[in-house]
Design a binder for this molecule. Sequence first.
Ligand code: SF4
Length: 205
Amino acid sequence: MLMICEIFHSLQGEGPFTGRPAVFVRLSGCVPPYCEFCDTPEALEPGTPIKAEKIIGQVCGFKCPLVVITGGEPFLQWDQGLREMSQILVKKGMTLQFETSGRAGIPEDVNGIVVLSPKPGKWPSAEMLSRAHWLKPLVGDDPNETLNAIKNSGFPQDRVWLMPLGRSRKEQLRRMPVIWDLCIRHGYCLSPRLHILAHDRKKQI
Ligand code: SF4
């Protein structure tokens, strides 16, 4: 059984797969202390226990080859059945993208593309960074700490996507021009939060 918050079909709004249709499996639970700006507070609730076979059936029903495994913090449930479910989805031909803050660790045997999205003030260890394929830090009003952390980590420049912190369209658009300039200056990519730009605070399932 996995503790699930929601499963839905939408477009990936962030990072290297921005704009691509994807099935989202949002697992419940995160690592305290929780972020004050958390935009998925529903994922901090205990969630609904669902058997892996049922989740796989639901995911396959959308007939969409990209599956985003997110949370909360999905890797909290890696040893509780997520590993096995991921292996089956890969065998069925799905591409998996894991969205993680890195706070529950990143398993050595992860079998998909890891997009590591550190939150301000919660920078992951060098070991976790070495297991990530893409880095997508959230950037708030003071980007210097994040920029220094990226630089010190030695993470490849062309695999970094800076993403504005912002739970609303207004908040996101306010930060975007500054981040735009930073991306040009440092050679990083800019990740919008397309779902928020398109739908603002409304749910976009
Ligand atoms: S890591 Fe993500 S899910 Fe967890 S509290 Fe922070 S924003 Fe919310």
